[in-house]
Design a protein around this ligand. Structure first.
Ligand code: ATP
Ligand code: MG
Length: 329
């Protein structure tokens, strides 16, 4: 089976609907077809300040959400990035073949430092895409399912793999990004020009998987729309309504044009209630299963330790090849 790799940061107490639609929902359907590695990327999370106690809990919470969302830890390798030392080691090797200008063109760094400024941002936040390249390349990954916000990083990964192979001899598999055409990016409910993000300032714009169902429904019913009153997709003129259509489409499997036809002539109130109902129906069982799994943290820890061993066996072999190729062994 072809190898698949993806990951999420334990950078909040819960995943949000964008992570669910853009990542988890896709991943669970790919487990039969692929030999999948799903990582909890804690080394990425510490590129911005984290409270150690809180971080430790968030790692477990994220593991529980992966499993509740349909990742089967017996079939797929579900592990914590920092438990496998090779990630940080390969990141260093790759950083030496990455151009400073090339790294400077990564838009996520620009987006994430737009508010606070680059002066106080960590160097780790800047080199984040190189660590992500190491994550992917360590597992001889062929396919990387990510939201379109991560596409540029996968392109960089491909460039670095090709460059390394050319300079030092064939060492890495060159991966491909896989992006869902529909619902590839979910936007903030209150400011539909920005993506739904763990680090949003306004909690009302973000639907958390672990929100209580009533709260989720309320957030969706208060989503920002427009004054035109018609339910149709138009990213430029109607970002709020378009986002809700994408969300409903991901929840129901009905393509957006079908939904436009279904809701033709209806008001926003009816439409939003339908979206809220669909999201609650999908997320409520995931939330409940997550809470059940969190009631047994020792079992979660055991599972993560066993999977880290499986991951390390693969990663160490690849790191060994890279060290050898560069003349470091
Ligand atoms: P942060 O804002 O702190 O970067 P995040 O919400 O982007 O957090 P990540 O852990 O960086 O979360 O991303 C996890 C996965 O979720 C990635 O595959 C990413 O592409 C996807 N993802 C993140 N936000 C969205 C979104 N708004 N819509 C669709 N997919 C998303
Ligand atoms: Mg992100």
């Amino acid at each position: 089976k072809p190898r698949l790799y993806s990951g999420m940061q334990p950078s909040s107490g819960s995943l949000h609907l964008g992570n669910y639609i853009g990542a988890l929902q896709q991943w669970r359907g790919m487990q039969d077809e692929y030999d999948a590695f799903f990582s909890i990327v804690d080394l990425h999370a510490i590129t911005v300040a984290q409270d150690p106690k809180v971080l430790r809990e968030q790692v477990r919470t994220l593991a529980a959400q992966y499993i509740a969302g349909g990742i089967d830890p017996d079939r797929s390798c579900l592990y914590v990035q920092s438990h496998v030392a090779a990630h940080a080691q390969l990141q260093w090797l790759l950083s030496t073949i990455t151009g400073f200008g090339e790294a400077s063109r990564m838009t996520q760094f620009k987006d994430k430092t737009a508010k606070g400024g680059q002066e106080t941002a960590s160097v780790g936040l800047f080199t984040y895409p190189i660590l992500m390249a190491a994550d992917i390349l360590l597992y001889d990954t062929e396919v990387v399912p990510v939201g379109d916000d991560q596409k540029q990083h996968v392109e960089l990964t491909r460039d670095l793999a090709e460059r390394f192979n050319k300079r030092f001899g064939s060492t890495f598999t060159v991966p491909k990004p896989v992006i869902l055409a529909n619902g590839a990016r979910i936007y903030d409910l209150q400011s539909p020009a920005s993506k739904m993000s763990k680090s949003a300032d306004n909690d009302k714009g973000v639907v958390w998987l672990l929100d209580e169902p009533a709260r989720t429904a309320k957030k969706i019913r208060s989503a920002v729309t427009d004054t035109e009153g018609s339910i149709r997709a138009d990213r430029a003129e109607k970002p709020g309504v378009t986002n809700l259509l994408d969300i409903l489409s991901a929840m129901t499997g009905t393509p957006v044009p079908g939904l436009e036809a279904e809701f033709a002539g209806q008001g926003y109130g009816v439409f939003k209630t339908a979206v809220a109902d669909a999201v609650v129906a999908e997320l409520a069982p995931v939330r409940e299963r997550t809470l059940e799994l969190l009631a047994d943290p020792a079992e979660l820890d055991r599972l993560l330790a066993a999977n880290a061993e499986r991951a390390a066996a693969v990663a160490d072999a690849t790191l060994g090849r890279a060290l050898e190729a560069m003349g470091l062994r």
